[in-house]
Design a protein. Structure first.
Length: 323
């Protein structure tokens, strides 16, 4: 089992890539800076995905200017459920999920009620740059609220889980499903308390897990096991991740995908600086797969050939270490 307090030399021996190595050897080397806007702005990402035939949640409206917040009642009139998020937000910050209405109020997944005035204030904060990268002025996106696949019903708390796929040189090398918890307020963000569960790249079967950087195999709220579950639509998810990498041209990429109960897999967003907790969730370092792909002179063009390559990569399973 991965011990976060093990000696750096031991972690390196077991194939764990740290933040400094990720930044220097993966992000700086394989992610040209001029391509960052393609993934840092969710509106740009959404349009690129649509142009490439990649399914995304439907866009209802975009609020660009403070004066437009006065018209939110009209913009939202046709929708009882929706999500409001900053176009340039990061880390899951600034996302407001509305699960329904109760009289003149909006109902969150937690059943808490908020007024139209509170929603207007929330959108105003988004526009001011409160949640954006670098604090720059932003736009508020209003889009379809994903309904989670029934497969996840027993291992989530209220919100919608997503699947983070790490793609290197156009080939998926690691993945985990991020499960909302009570602590994360129904959001699938590890930094806010969601649980990450590793996924076997060959079979799509869940394994291991991480909660607050600690290994775990049961959901903290439902107490149901999170290991040994076969993720639906696995090949479709991997092919979607491949298509996303080809579309934006980044060599090291995090692809976040959700599974809607009616629409199937949908691209949620892309990340040019994906974190490394996926290694803890899988109890497997990234180094083996990364080095195998670095050693290749070329990568197959077709998605099917890359899937074969995914299954040929040798995982380096980490053994329990001591501090």
């Amino acid at each position: 089992m991965i011990n976060l307090f093990a000696r750096p030399s031991l972690l390196k021996k077991n194939g764990v890539i740290g933040i400094n190595r990720r930044n220097a050897e993966l992000i700086m080397r394989y992610n040209p800076r001029h391509l960052y806007p393609l993934v840092d702005d969710k509106l740009i990402t959404k349009q690129l995905a649509l142009d490439a035939g990649i399914a995304v949640p439907e866009l209802y409206s975009v609020v660009e200017y403070q004066r437009e917040t006065r018209h939110l009642s009209t913009l939202l009139a046709a929708h009882d459920e929706f999500v409001i998020k900053p176009s340039k937000g990061s880390g899951g910050n600034g996302i407001l999920v509305i699960a329904g209405r109760f009289g003149d109020h909006f109902r969150k997944p937690s059943s808490d009620l908020i007024s139209l005035g509170e929603v207007e204030h929330y959108v105003s904060n988004i526009l001011s740059g409160m949640y954006s990268l670098g604090g720059v002025a932003d736009k508020a996106i209003i889009e379809y609220r994903v309904k989670f696949d029934p497969f996840f019903e027993d291992i989530i708390f209220q919100g919608v889980p997503d699947i983070r796929v790490i793609v290197f040189r156009g080939v998926p090398v690691a993945a985990m499903v991020r499960l909302p918890t009570r602590e994360s307020d129904g959001k699938a963000n590890l930094h806010q308390g969601a649980q990450g569960v590793g996924i076997d790249m060959s079979t799509g079967e869940s394994r291991g897990g991480v909660l607050h950087n600690r290994y775990c195999t049961t959901h903290p709220d439902t107490r149901m096991t999170t290991s040994g579950l076969k993720i639906p639509h696995w090949d479709t998810i991997l092919k979607m991740a491949i298509a996303c990498a080809d579309t934006v041209g980044l060599g090291y990429l995090g692809v976040d995908i959700v599974m809607d109960r009616d629409l199937g897999p949908l691209l949620l967003e892309l990340n040019a600086r994906p974190g490394l907790n996926v290694q803890i969730a899988n109890q497997t370092g990234l180094q083996g797969a990364i080095q195998a792909l670095q050693a290749r002179a070329s990568i197959p063009a077709s998605a099917d050939e890359r899937l074969k390559l995914v299954r040929s990569l040798t995982d380096i399973h980490l053994t329990e270490t001591t501090a």
